[in-house]
Design a protein around this ligand. Structure first.
Ligand SMILES: Nc1ncnc2c1ncn2[C@@H]1O[C@H](COP(=O)(O)OP(=O)(O)O)[C@@H](O)[C@H]1O
Ligand SMILES: [Mg+2]
Length: 313
C-alpha cells in the first residue's frame, strides 16, 4: 500500500440507485460516475434529498446500487458476496455520522474498540489499542466515561477515533459537524484535516459551504447526479505517505474466518451470528484466539494511569 499513493481508490461507473417501481420509481442516484484518488478530501454538497447519503452508503458498502459498477481499491465489489463486502468494509472504511452513533451503554474505550471485534485480537489488546488512539485524541482521561458524559464535540472525536482504529484507507463522514456548534465544528475539521494530511482519503457530506476550504475537491449534487465537480488541489499535490502513522495502530491481519455484516447502526452479525452492539460483544469473534502479530516489543504502557472510572473532570 505504501507505493501506491494517489492512485485510484474508488471508481463508480454509471451507478444508479432506484426506489419504487413503475410510476412510483425514483432515482436516488442516476448514472453516477465518480473516480476518487487516494489522498483526496472530497466534500459533497447539495440540497436535502439529492442522494448524498445514498452515495456515501454505497461507497461504504452499507447499501447496494441497483445497477452500475463499483471498483474499490482495485477490486470489483459490485458483485461480491455480502461476507466479502463486510470484510472489505471492516478493513478499508471508517464511518463518521452526524449523530456520532456511539453505543450509549458502553464506555468510551469500548466504543472505540468496537470495530476491532472483527480483528481476532483479544479484548485486552483491543482495549490497549483503543487506549492508545484515545490518547492521541486527548481523550484518554475520559476513556471510562459513558458517551452521555461527554460533550457533542468530544463524542464526535470519540467517533473519529473509532473510525480510525482499524486503520482504514477511506473515511466517510456524513455531515459530521451537523450537530455541533461552530467551535466544535472547527475542532472536528482540524482533526479531519490532520487525518487527511497523513494521506487518508476522506469523503464528507456537508451543508456548510464554509467548510469546503478544507477540501481538495468539491462536488455539488442535484437530483442524484453531479451538478458541479471542482478540484481545488492538483492530484500531484495530494498528501502522500502511509496512513495513520501518527496514530500508531497497526494494520490488522485479515481474518478470513470471521465475517461481519452491519445490519444497522447498532446491530451486526459476526460469522453469521447476530450481535447487538448494545450489548457487550465480548469475545464473540475470537474463537481461534491467536495473537498473530504478537507485539511483544510494543511499549506496554500503563493503561489509565492517571484516572479510572469516571475519574476527574
Ligand atoms: N429507503 C428508501 N426508500 C425510498 N426512498 C428513499 C430511501 N432512502 C432514500 N430515499 C430517497 O432517495 C433520495 C436521496 O436520499 P438521501 O440519499 O438520503 O439524500 P440526502 O442525503 O442528499 O438528503 C431521497 O429522495 C429519498 O427520499
Ligand atoms: Mg443525508
Amino acid at each position: 500500500m505504501s507505493d501506491q499513493n494517489n492512485d485510484v481508490i474508488i471508481e463508480l461507473k454509471s451507478v444508479s440507485k432506484r426506489y419504487g417501481f413503475g410510476d412510483a420509481e425514483s432515482y436516488a442516484l442516476r448514472n453516477f460516475d465518480l473516480t476518487v484518488k487516494r489522498g483526496e478530501f472530497i466534500m459533497i454538497m447539495g440540497p436535502s434529498g439529492c442522494g448524498k447519503t445514498t452515495l456515501l452508503n454505497i461507497i461504504g458498502l452499507l447499501d447496494k446500487a441497483s445497477s452500475g459498477e463499483y471498483i474499490l481499491a482495485g477490486k470489483d465489489v459490485s458483485r461480491v458476496s455480502a461476507g466479502k463486502k463486510a470484510r472489505f468494509r471492516a478493513k478499508e472504511i471508517g464511518f463518521i455520522f452526524q449523530n456520532f452513533n456511539l453505543v450509549p451503554t458502553l464506555p468510551i474505550i469500548e466504543n472505540v474498540s468496537l470495530p476491532l471485534i472483527y480483528s481476532g485480537y483479544r479484548k485486552a489488546r483491543r482495549l490497549r489499542m483503543a487506549d492508545n488512539i484515545l490518547e492521541h485524541f486527548h481523550l484518554r482521561e475520559r476513556e471510562y466515561y459513558m458517551p452521555y458524559q461527554l460533550s457533542g464535540g468530544q463524542q464526535q472525536r470519540v467517533a473519529i477515533a473509532r473510525s480510525l482504529i482499524s486503520n482504514p484507507s477511506i473515511i466517510l463522514a456524513d455531515e459530521p459537524t451537523g450537530n455541533l456548534d461552530s467551535r466544535n465544528s472547527h475542532i472536528i475539521m482540524e482533526e479531519l484535516q490532520d487525518i487527511h494530511a497523513m494521506g487518508n482519503t476522506i469523503i464528507m457530506v456537508t451543508h456548510n459551504p464554509a467548510l469546503t476550504t478544507y477540501a481538495t475537491r468539491v462536488i455539488n449534487m442535484l437530483d442524484g447526479e453531479i451538478d458541479t465537480d471542482i478540484k481545488t488541489v492538483d492530484d500531484r499535490d495530494l498528501p502522500k505517505g502511509s496512513k495513520n502513522e501518527k496514530v500508531s495502530v497497526k494494520v490488522l491481519p485479515n481474518r478470513d474466518n470471521v465475517e461481519m455484516e452491519i445490519i444497522s447502526d447498532t446491530e451486526v452479525t459476526v460469522s453469521g451470528e447476530n450481535v447487538s452492539m448494545k450489548e457487550e460483544p465480548e469475545e464473540k469473534a475470537e474463537k481461534p484466539a491467536e495473537k498473530k502479530a504478537s507485539t511483544k516489543k510494543s511499549t506496554t504502557k500503563k493503561k489509565k494511569s492517571s484516572t479510572k472510572k469516571g475519574g476527574k473532570k
